[in-house]
Design a protein around this ligand. Structure first.
Ligand SMILES: NC(=O)c1ccc[n+]([C@@H]2O[C@H](COP(=O)([O-])OP(=O)(O)OC[C@H]3O[C@@H](n4cnc5c(N)ncnc54)[C@H](OP(=O)(O)O)[C@@H]3O)[C@@H](O)[C@H]2O)c1
Length: 386
């Protein structure tokens, strides 16, 4: 098997790269990398392996310089004859930003990107499978407080919290139109956060939002809403298992399912022990976000209900000497809280049946161990590029 992998320098793609490189069935892995030169690309790939001491084999791990958002990307891939022995494409790269200011680039990278990859894939005579890393959240925000099945998406009538999930839905639709079903494997992870192995996670993607909640302590979200969260090691193991097992379906949720679901309340209780000096977590109505934003602007009107939480307002005054920083954090956290309140759990029966895997460790259980890494997170860097 010769794989063309996109997103190998990212959170999930990096884990997939290391896991796939360990499989005997895999011969070469061509990795699409954004880099200034071949040397720079190799350094970036080496770094992926070095993080947890895995072996980098330059004969098998081959960088391909490129940028998904470019319109002549397919032409460049077609012209590169080395890539013509590719048998499997694993498309993990995406612009995952939730911020409205990045909507255009999100659309360009995620929609133009897959469109160009599809054009190229149609020229590959030996292509066996196009693995598309989608997201379970393409079901949109109309479904609340229940278990969601794979068949419910893609639904073009769904309303989306952010442009990102819309573009991921479009990617699935475009792929299904272009290639025969037997050549497609769509995997839809839920929220991938942290690592259930007791080591530093490959990336702080989404853990950034937990650390922001950890700083705020007074959180405008329903803490009891069910959350579907999985660790990166489970996500990668599930996807690679599907690539090599006998599959009965072409679309799978890569999720916690009901058995291993969690909630904001369970997660914050799990991490609280690491921060005994901070005020206790308190969940309040999501409508209070507007009041919190007004407070950060110094414009909270007299008589606001938020004054009932005086201890937290005093704590914020000490913690956020520059309230502009707090405003940046709140704006970036907004869509995360909207997702957290939907109460969506994604059925994982197909995944567990076909791979024989057990459900992942619940997030509140493994995040209790990972809480010690939260202090390493630069929340402002996360908020600027959420
Ligand atoms: N994390 C989650 O909770 C989650 C949940 C469900 C689904 N997913 C899906 O999983 C996949 C991976 O997400 P992730 O969390 O690993 O994201 P990530 O850490 O942000 O990684 C994104 C990867 O895409 C690459 N990329 C971005 N723009 C590109 C472009 N224009 N050209 C080429 N490469 C580009 C990045 O390269 P650079 O290193 O050069 O920036 C990076 O390797 C995505 O498809 C996402 O939709 C993620």
């Amino acid at each position: 098997m010769n794989i063309f992998l996109t997103g190998s320098t990212g959170f999930l793609g990096g884990e997939l790269l290391v896991d796939l490189a360990k499989r005997k069935e895999v011969n070469k892995i061509y990795c699409l990398v954004r880099a200034l030169s071949e040397e720079h690309a190799i350094l970036r790939l080496k770094h992926v392996f070095e993080l947890h001491g895995d072996e980098f084999d330059p004969k098998r791990i081959i960088p391909v310089l490129g940028n998904l958002g470019e319109h002549d990307f397919a032409k460049m891939l077609i012209a590169n004859k080395t890539l013509s022995d590719t048998t499997v494409i694993v498309h993990s790269a995406a612009n995952t930003s939730f911020s409205k200011i990045y909507d255009k680039i999100v659309e360009q990278v995620n929609i133009t990107g897959i469109s160009e990859l599809i054009k190229w894939s149609q020229t590959l005579t030996n292509l066996e499978t196009f693995v598309y890393i989608g997201t379970a959240t393409i079901c949109g925000k109309d479904i609340v407080n229940r278990v969601v099945k794979e068949e419910e998406s893609p639904n073009t009538k769904a309303h989306h919290v952010v442009k990102y999930t819309y573009t991921k839905m479009m990617g699935e639709i475009m792929l299904a139109k272009a290639l025969p079903k037997e050549k497609i494997l769509i995997v839809r992870p839920s929220i991938i956060m942290g690592d259930s192995r007791d080591w530093i996670p490959r990336s702080y993607v989404i853990l950034w939002a937990i650390e922001t909640v950890n700083l705020l302590r007074l959180v405008p979200v329903n803490g009891k809403s069910a959350l579907d969260v999985i660790p990166i090691d489970f996500a990668s193991k599930a996807i690679t298992s599907l690539m090599f097992c006998k599959r009965n379906h072409s679309v799978y949720h890569i999720t916690s399912g009901t058995a291993s679901s969690t909630s904001s309340e369970l997660i914050t209780s799990a991490i609280a022990k690491e921060f005994p000096e901070l005020p206790p977590f308190k969940f309040i109505d999501k409508e209070m976000m507007k009041e919190i934003k007004l407070w950060a602007k110094g414009k909270l009107p007299e008589g606001s209900k938020l004054y009932e939480y005086n201890t937290y307002l005093d704590y914020w005054k000490d913690r956020f000497t520059d309230t502009n920083e707090m405003r940046i954090l709140l704006a970036a956290l907004d869509p995360y809280l909207e997702f957290a309140e939907l109460g969506q759990i994604f059925d994982n029966t197909k995944l567990l049946n076909d791979t024989g895997l057990s459900a992942p460790e619940p997030a509140h259980s493994y995040l209790a161990r990972a809480a010690k890494y939260l202090k390493n997170i630069d929340v402002f860097a996360g908020a600027i590029d959420p």
